[in-house]
Write a protein that binds this ligand. Structure first.
Ligand code: MG
Length: 206
């Protein structure tokens, strides 16, 4: 068996300055609502759940306010750790990893912190930096992808690019909106280099 190459762990790669982009998890990469429904159905298999259109979950689950019992120990670990990524979301992060510094910024109460780190590891999210914070606008980065309008508004107020991942619960956001993580990265590229490309095109025509 080949000897493990200890030296490789010590090699410092050349300094790369990639644009920092902030990526939310729940509602963007991790399907929290889908996972909540999955766990709810284990307890109430007969119940019909309405399509979730806002963060007021009690409106959509037949047990009303009692739905928040699923946010407590015993259920919440399964919901957070067992959630599926949205189709294509992790693939998009991997695809753009060489072009951008992907910074995960997710608001979590203390009760979901460990499950969130486990989920990030389980799905091998390509990030070197994870912030658990409700104050996303304080974090350095040229753009934010989020599904929660309050976060988008706060971030946009700092003069940076706030992009909404389209969900039924964020239709009041009037700013930039994308349907997928991949589309977000294309939009950021456009934002960064769009002018430059236009100028090159004008140059070609001259
Ligand atoms: Mg979110």
């Amino acid at each position: 068996m080949a000897k493990p190459h200890k030296d490789r762990l010590d090699i410092k790669p050349p300094r790369e300055k990639k644009p920092r982009v902030l990526i939310d998890l729940d509602g963007v990469v991790r399907d929290f609502v889908g996972s909540l429904i999955r766990v709810y159905k284990k307890v109430y298999p007969e119940h019909d759940i309405l399509p979730v259109q806002s963060r007021e979950l009690e409106k959509y689950f037949p047990i009303g306010e009692k739905v928040y019992q699923f946010m407590a120990p015993g259920y919440i670990e399964d919901i957070m750790e067992g959630a599926e990524p949205y189709p294509g979301a992790v693939e998009a992060l991997n695809r753009w990893e060489n072009d951008f510094e992907i910074v995960v910024v997710t608001a979590q109460p203390a009760i979901t912190r460990a499950s969130t780190y486990l989920w990030i590891g389980k799905h091998r999210i390509p990030t070197n930096e994870v912030h658990i914070s409700y104050y996303k606008y304080e974090i350095d980065g040229i753009a934010l992808l989020d599904d929660f309008v309050d976060n988008l508004e706060e971030f946009a107020a700092t003069g940076r690019l706030a992009v909404c991942l389209d969900q039924p619960w964020n239709q009041r956001w009037k700013g930039p909106r994308v349907k997928s993580v991949d589309e977000f990265f294309r939009l950021v590229l456009e934002h960064l280099y769009g002018d430059q490309r236009d100028r090159e095109r004008v140059g070609d025509l001259a």
